[in-house]
Design a protein around this ligand. Structure first.
Ligand SMILES: Nc1ncnc2c1ncn2[C@@H]1O[C@H](COP(=O)(O)OP(=O)(O)OP(=O)(O)O)[C@@H](O)[C@H]1O
Length: 277
């Protein structure tokens, strides 16, 4: 089911055009990964989808309605932004941070209700972090913080999560566990849009991949179709092969590293092959 439709969006920061006629759709209950080199416009595109910035041309449509016709509160009830792991200025308990997700559902003066607390408790359970609920947010690890921020987004009641490099700064184990958590939540019907600098992470959990270069989409389709050597070369300017493990899982092999291990291979030949593609 087509859920979010990004329709022909362009955006300029003063004179500089950073998004050029970007069109894509996001299906409900799926994971979409945005890949692209530094400065290609990934974060700017996320900000458009969140309604933080208004596009110069084009529009973002959520279930048939332009998000420019929605109030920030209305939008926050559907789409939640999960920032990169950050530090809060004050040492709130994890439970309090998650309860903050309920604010968009409250009048100006409010107290948290028992329903709010039950929703926050459920989010703690869904993210398997019940044991952290009374810990100060400032004293938990980066991975635990990222899970807390996703729990806060869930407590907001949103069904779509926009994540900017969610594994940034996490150790390898926590990266894998966080991505597994995202894949599991997508199975339950939640929708995810993430930016990533790791094509393999896109292979692991994405249904769809969009490649951005200089603010333009250069590839958009199923993960299987989009993540291939020629597209990765176009994006990152370094040759990367894709090999299939025995269990069918696809793995990225940077040729520059492979050539260190097989010095008899002709590196120029590989480069020529990818440059020609
Ligand atoms: N507030 C701003 N004012 C002016 N230019 C900006 C601003 N934010 C981003 N840019 C520029 O817009 C372009 C796209 O930036 P953006 O942050 O969207 O890229 P990105 O693909 O997310 O990059 P990265 O992978 O490095 O996080 C870059 O050239 C950047 O310098």
């Amino acid at each position: 089911m087509k859920f979010i439709h990004v329709n022909n969006i362009s955006y300029n920061y003063s004179q500089k055009q950073v998004l050029k006629k970007v069109t894509l759709t996001i299906d409900q209950g799926k994971v979409l990964s945005l890949l692209g080199p530094n400065g290609s416009g990934k974060t700017t595109l996320l900000k458009m989808i969140m309604g933080f910035y208004r596009p110069s041309t084009g529009q973002v449509i959520l279930e048939g309605r332009s998000i420019s016709d929605m109030t920030p509160r209305e939008l926050a009830r559907r789409i939640a932004y999960v920032p990169q792991v950050h530090r809060l200025a004050f040492s709130y308990r994890v439970m309090d941070v998650i309860l903050m997700g309920r604010v968009s559902r409250k009048p100006f003066f409010f107290r948290y209700s028992s329903k709010d607390r039950a929703i926050a408790a459920r989010a703690l359970e869904q993210l398997s972090i019940v044991h952290l609920k009374d810990r100060p947010y400032t004293e938990i690890s980066g991975g635990e913080r990222q899970l807390t921020l996703i729990a806060r987004a869930m407590a907001q009641g949103a069904d779509t999560f926009v994540l900017d490099e969610p594994v940034n700064g996490l150790d390898y184990g926590n990266q894998i566990r966080l991505l597994k958590q995202i894949a599991d939540l997508a199975e339950q019907g939640y929708t995810f849009i993430q930016t990533s600098h790791f094509p393999e992470h896109a292979i692991w959990i994405s249904d769809r991949v969009v490649m951005l270069q200089d603010g333009q989409i250069i590839a958009n389709g199923s993960t299987q179709d989009v993540i291939n050597g020629p597209n990765l070369y176009r994006l990152y300017k370094t040759p990367i092969g894709i090999v299939e493990a025995k269990n069918g899982m696809r793995v990225c092999v940077p040729r520059l590293m492979r050539d260190r291990h097989h010095s008899s291979e002709k590196q120029e030949k590989n480069n020529a092959q990818y440059q020609a593609a």
